[in-house]
Design a binder for this molecule. Structure first.
Ligand code: FES
Length: 161
C-alpha cells in the first residue's frame, strides 16, 4: 500500500503535535485513529496508511490497533451510529427487544446503514454498565435502562430517529 494524501495539512499538524507528547509515536495510535475518525467518520485503508506513516508504524500494526477497538470504524458508517449492547446482562434484560424495535424503526439490520447515510446499527460488547441494562449508545451518548418505555421515550425525544 502506498501513502495517501487524504489528510489536510491541519490534520497532519494535529496528529504530529499529538504524537509529539509521547516518547514513542505509536503510543498515540488510538488518539490518532479517533482524530482521523473525527474528520472522516471512519478510517479507510488510505487514511490508515497515511496515519501509520505519520506514527512511524506499519499499516498492519496500526490496523491491529484499529481492529481491537470496536469504536474505530474500518467501514463507512452513518452520521449517527447506534450501538446496542449485546452482552449477557443486556441480553437477559431485554436488549433483543430493544434491537428489534430500533431495527424496525430504521429499516436496517445489524451492521447496516440507512440508504440516506444517516444511521448505522451496530452491536457492541459490554459497556460496563450492566447494573443499568439494557444499554444503548448513540454516537458518544449512552442511554441506560432502555426497556420498552424508555426506548419509546428516547425515540420520541430524538426526533431524527
Ligand atoms: S452487558 Fe450491557 S452494559 Fe454490560
Amino acid at each position: 500500500m502506498k501513502r495517501s494524501i487524504s489528510f489536510s495539512q491541519a490534520e497532519i499538524d494535529e496528529i504530529r503535535e499529538m504524537a509529539a507528547h509521547y516518547p514513542d509515536k505509536s503510543a498515540a495510535s488510538i488518539e490518532t485513529l479517533k482524530l482521523v475518525q473525527k474528520y472522516h467518520r471512519w478510517v479507510s485503508d488510505e487514511a490508515l496508511v497515511a496515519a501509520a506513516d505519520l506514527l512511524d508504524m506499519s499499516p498492519a500494526e496500526l490496523d491491529g490497533v484499529a481492529t481491537f477497538y470496536n469504536l474505530i470504524y474500518r467501514r463507512p458508517v452513518g452520521r449517527q451510529v447506534v450501538h446496542c449492547c449485546n452482552s449477557v446482562s443486556c441480553w437477559m434484560l431485554g436488549a433483543e427487544e430493544t434491537l428489534e424495535t430500533i431495527s424496525a424503526k430504521l429499516g436496517i439490520g445489524l451492521g447496516e446503514t440507512t440508504a440516506d447515510g444517516e444511521y448505522t446499527l451496530l452491536p457492541i460488547v459490554c459497556l460496563g454498565a450492566c447494573d443499568k441494562a439494557p444499554v444503548l449508545m448513540i454516537n458518544d451518548q449512552t442511554y441506560f435502562n432502555v426497556d420498552r418505555d424508555r426506548l419509546n421515550e428516547l425515540l420520541e425525544s430524538r426526533e431524527e430517529i
